[in-house]
Design a protein. Structure first.
Length: 108
């Protein structure tokens, strides 16, 4: 499996773990609580494989973190009925834009 495939797995698992953290209600609900532990475990394992395959840590972590932030925010708005406003959307655009600059800079 290539580095970017592992990175996609790490992102999906981290988003699953984070959304499950919200749904666990302070670890008082069993299934979401288990998904938190499994999600983060898979996320960190997959991220370790990304680094082992040679993707620079700054690039890998920036993509992982920014994609996670953006996807968790999207899930919050679409499925958890959390509010969204222009300031939040602007912040997400800046985060993603920052990652693009890190990626471009690492290839220069």
């Amino acid at each position: 499996m290539g580095a970017y495939l592992y990175l996609a797995l790490a992102i999906a698992a981290e988003v699953t773990g984070t959304v499950s953290l919200k749904l666990s209600d302070g670890f008082s609900r069993l299934l979401p609580s288990v998904l938190v532990v499994v999600g983060y475990g898979v996320a960190f394992f997959a991220l370790s494989q990304v680094l082992k395959l040679g993707l620079p840590i700054g690039v890998a972590y920036a993509i992982w973190a920014a994609a996670g932030v953006a996807l968790v925010a999207l899930v919050g708005v679409l499925f958890l009925k959390e509010p969204v406003n222009l300031a939040m959307l602007s912040g997400l655009v800046l985060v993603v834009g920052g990652v693009v600059l890190i990626e471009v800079g690492s290839n220069a």
